[in-house]
Design a protein around this ligand. Sequence first.
Ligand SMILES: *Cc1c(COP(=O)(O)O)cnc(C)c1O
Length: 390
Amino acid sequence: MQAVSGKQRIYLSSPHMSGNEQKYIQEAFNTNWIAPLGPNVDAFEEELADYVGIGDAAAVSSGTAAIHLALKLLDVHEGDTVFCSSLTFVASANPVIYLGAEPVFIDSEAETWNMSPQALGRALEEAAQARKLPKAVIVVNLYGQSAQMDEIVSLCDTYRVPIIEDAAESLGSTYKGQASGTFGKFGVYSFNGNKIITTSGGGMLVSNDLEALKKARFLATQARDQAEHYEHSQMGYNYRLSNVLAGIGRAQLEVLAERVVARRAIFNRYYRELSEIPGIQFMPELEGSWSNRWLTALTIDEQQAGISRDQLLRSLAEENIEARPVWKPLHLQPLFEGTRLYAHSENNIVSEQLFESGLCLPSGSNMTEEEQMRIIACMKNVLKKHIALN
Ligand SMILES: *Cc1c(COP(=O)(O)O)cnc(C)c1O
């Protein structure tokens, strides 16, 4: 894809600093708390736990590390299966194979683009019959939209399977008034550079099980036993967040609510300008839920729009605009060849349809209105041309 030079690049989602980060970083430098752990880490954990309304939070080096620790705490090992949403970033499922366990993928449903309760129900029923229930279910909240948590929690309760809520993309979202990421045994957030708030890299594991989070901190610092000398009876990891980066996180958390408002405004502007165009359908927001709209996502019906998703992506790229296809479902990834998928219904694999027709538009909270209007103008231009020709 050749970009036309001279036009300023518009990114999908770039870091957006508040200006206050320097204050916390300076504090870390002034007190020489450069080493991992320290007052910023403790404060960031407490402030985030308060924000989402959960018992405790453990700051780690990435969202992926948080998922890995959650699976480890649930005693996932070789020979186990773990159910996971298929329509997601690979990081949701990679930790399953770190532990030698087998992922089984669950399809999406149209209402939320997230895990289909219908498919999950079938998968759990079959697993129970085969006397091989999964050790955990990893539920992803795609692009900020919560999954149908009532249905999913109720199904998992019935079979007594713990939930890990992958809320890497949905920090700041709510479902029936409750913070996204607080519905499972464990919740996971990411502060990677492209997420709604960032520490440049980092993650958080949250839970109401305080003992489990103590154990998470232990495992994340090389599983060091109580002793003057370095004593180890278990295998651990080096997974804690640095005190400098936690300082960035504290300042970012202060503006999280603003960032959600900004991303929702971006979604609303796209919606206002583009939703009337035939063949365009925006990602829905489930009634009773409130999405942070991390990324504005939509599908293009090629028949109606007269143009394919990929043609539209190419036109945007020519204008130096970074848009992306929706995640490629994990059951289609070569890495996971041979794994099972539970489809939404027999002749309907929703995640594949979303992958074929879906795209994400630039949604960064620091994008200007002018930049967004440039994207909108490009899309209108391309789409109207093709519709006229039809
Ligand atoms: C970003 C992301 C992760 C991983 O987070 P990192 O901090 O990058 O390791 C996990 N799951 C989903 C759905 C993500 O989008």
